[in-house]
Structure formats: structure tokens, C-alpha cells
Design a protein around this ligand. Structure first.
Ligand code: ATP
Ligand code: MG
Length: 332
């Protein structure tokens, strides 16, 4: 197995407005290896985007901040890096694409100029070189007639084409890690599949690592090597993708999979990507999180200790871990 590219250790994120002790991300740890695709899944509000924004140094300031933990890219701790350094890292070693490309694209700038600007800033290319590279990148992400398309403003493009432009911009400087936060959610199904194909192709061509954030288990099955399931700011399960589908151990993960239409384990047969929102109840808010396991209130297997103590993460097979007081029964 190749060496880790990025290692997150004990990451804690806190909102200034939250009561003392309430963390939006609580002691999150994970690693991404070179060339690996890691999926981060979980319901709305569980902290997926905050995790991505922490890695990119883009948490909303001054509302949210990293209060503990390290984000190691090689030997460098990004959690301690200066804003100027983080500007270099973004669009350098780390790239990110967002759910809604319009939030990241400048509406009054031609798409070619936006890509060229990134290349001039990070790679020091001349105007002419950057322009040629922008045309080339638009071609690589499957935009037809790129020589003409570089002149377009974002609103002239379809949603799928805008997402392609966003991807072109994020890979312009050959990042080691591409973070994709719900990259297909805003698109219709056929376009979603095209974007997934594009991500797969780029990953293979460039050997980059991918952190994919999604509600969509179809996306997980299509792209991921490994999966982290988050619940209320904590990691509740982590496993290779096949094990998550075949042998989920945390009651929350089991609920997510059981709520899927169709079958479990044969992801190839899914026509419509299933979504993760059918477990009764809702994720407790960051502000209202009590003691114990955050899932206890929705868990059919909860017992007294579950609302008292936070379960630790237990690694019961070398690459499969879960945080549940009743894990022993689940794996028995
Ligand atoms: N500015 C803010 N102030 C207070 N709480 C916030 C703020 N921004 C986000 N949150 C809270 O932080 C938690 C995590 O948010 P995050 O955006 O990471 O969720 P997510 O997993 O990405 O959800 P989704 O799937 O809906 O994108 C949520 O409970 C959200 O309400
Ligand atoms: Mg999000």
C-alpha cells in the first residue's frame, strides 16, 4: 500500500457561537494515500463540508475555527499554516470542486481567463502560455470546441459544462489531492454519470488522490476505495468500500444501507442512485449535542451507557473500524 499523502489527526472544529465543549467536528482522524479515493458520507449537517473546508483553510472566519488537531500534508501541518501559505496550497497541491460551480466561478470573467489566471498565479506562465494551457484543459475535461468556449462567460454554459470548467480550474496546477464536495448533486442523472466518468479518467491519468464527499451511495460504489461514515461531527465507521456495503457494523451505517432502495452489496445494479436520508429522526444540531453517542436517540440498539459515554473507535479488522458500544455483538 502506498504511503499517506494527507493525514488528519484529532481534528476539532468549533463555532464561536457554540456552547463550551460543543464541537462541530470532534477528534476526526483519517489518512488519504497517494492515488487513493476516499469517500466521506453521512447525512446533511454531519460535518462533511466543514472537514473539506478545514483541509483547504477555508472555514468561515471568524465564526468557525480549528481548535485542535493536525492536517499533515507531507511534513507540513496545514492547520498551523499562514493564510498566505494556504493560498499557495490551494490551487497548488490541493484542488477543490464544489456542488454549485457558480459559487466558485466568477460570473463576469470569461472561463478561459479564470483558468489562465490560476495558471499565471501558481505556475508563473506567460499570458500566451496560460491561454494555450486553458484551451488544452477545457479539451481534457471534455468541453467541445474549447478554442471557442474559452471566450464564454459562465452563465452561457449548462450546469454540466460549468462543472467541467470548475474541474478544469481545480486540476490546472496538477494537485496531489482533489477534494470534490457533492460534485454531482446539482446535476441531472445523465450528466452526473458523465462527471463521474470524467473524475475517474482524470484520476487514472494523473494518479492524484481524491476525497469525495457525497450523500450518494451510487457515487461511493462507483469511485471510492475506502469510506468514512460521519455522524454529528464524528467518524462512526471506516472501511474499504466492499466491506461497507457487505458488512456494515455501525447501526447508523446499517440504517443508511437498509434505507436504500433495492439491494445491498450489488452496487452495479443500481439504476437510480440511492440517497442517505431515510432513517427516522434527524442529526442533533451542533449546539444541542448532549453526552454519549450522538446516534443513541435514533438507535434501535441503544442502551443506558450509550447516552452517557461517547463510544471510542475500535479497529476490529486491520482496515475496518467502528465506534459503537455494542460493536462486539455486531461482529459476533
Ligand atoms: N456558520 C455556521 N454557524 C453555526 N453552525 C454552522 C455554520 N455553518 C455550518 N454549521 C453547522 O455545522 C454542521 C456541519 O455542517 P456541514 O456544512 O459540514 O455539513 P455537511 O455534512 O456538509 O452537510 P450537507 O450534506 O448538507 O452539505 C451543521 O450542523 C451546520 O448546521
Ligand atoms: Mg456539505
Amino acid at each position: 500500500m502506498s504511503e499517506p499523502l494527507l493525514q488528519v489527526e484529532g481534528l476539532c472544529v468549533r463555532f464561536a457561537a457554540a456552547p463550551a465543549g460543543a464541537l462541530a467536528i470532534d477528534a476526526l482522524g483519517f489518512a488519504i494515500r497517494k492515488g487513493e479515493t476516499l469517500a466521506l458520507v453521512g447525512e446533511s449537517g454531519c460535518g462533511k463540508s466543514l472537514t473539506a473546508l478545514s483541509l483547504m483553510g477555508l472555514l468561515p472566519k471568524p465564526d468557525a475555527q480549528v481548535v485542535a488537531g493536525r492536517i499533515l500534508l507531507g511534513n507540513e501541518d496545514l492547520a498551523a499554516a499562514s493564510p498566505a501559505r494556504m493560498r499557495q496550497v490551494r490551487g497548488g497541491r490541493l484542488g477543490m470542486i464544489f456542488q454549485e460551480p457558480m459559487t466558485a466561478l466568477n460570473p463576469v470573467m470569461r472561463v478561459g481567463d479564470q483558468i489562465a489566471e490560476t495558471l499565471r498565479e501558481h505556475e508563473g506562465l506567460s499570458v500566451r502560455q496560460a491561454r494555450a494551457a486553458a484551451v488544452d484543459l477545457l479539451g481534457q475535461v471534455g468541453i467541445p470546441d474549447p478554442r471557442r468556449r474559452v471566450e464564454d462567460f459562465p452563465h452561457r454554459l449548462s450546469g454540466g459544462m460549468r462543472q467541467r470548467v470548475m474541474i478544469a480550474m481545480s486540476i490546472a496546477c496538477k494537485p496531489d489531492l482533489l477534494i470534490a464536495d457533492e460534485p454531482t448533486t446539482a446535476l441531472d442523472v445523465t450528466v452526473q454519470l458523465q462527471i463521474l466518468d470524467l473524475l475517474r479518467k482524470l484520476r487514472a491519468e494523473r494518479g492524484m488522490s481524491l476525497l469525495i464527499i457525497t450523500h450518494d451511495l451510487g457515487v461511493v460504489a462507483a469511485l471510492a476505495d475506502r469510506v468514512i461514515v460521519m455522524y454529528a461531527g464524528r467518524k462512526v465507521e471506516e472501511a474499504p468500500v466492499a466491506d461497507i456495503f457487505a458488512a456494515p457494523r455501525h447501526p447508523y451505517t446499517q440504517g443508511l444501507l437498509a434505507a436504500m432502495p433495492g439491494t445491498r452489496g450489488d452496487a452495479q445494479d443500481w439504476d437510480t442512485p440511492p440517497r442517505l436520508h431515510e432513517i427516522p429522526g434527524t442529526v442533533p444540531s451542533v449546539l444541542g449535542r448532549a453526552r454519549g453517542c450522538a446516534f443513541a436517540g435514533r438507535c434501535a440498539r441503544a442502551e443506558a451507557r450509550c447516552s452517557e459515554l461517547v463510544p471510542g473507535l475500535t479497529r476490529f479488522v486491520h482496515d475496518h473500524a467502528a465506534a459503537c458500544h455494542r460493536l462486539e455483538e455486531a461482529i459476533a
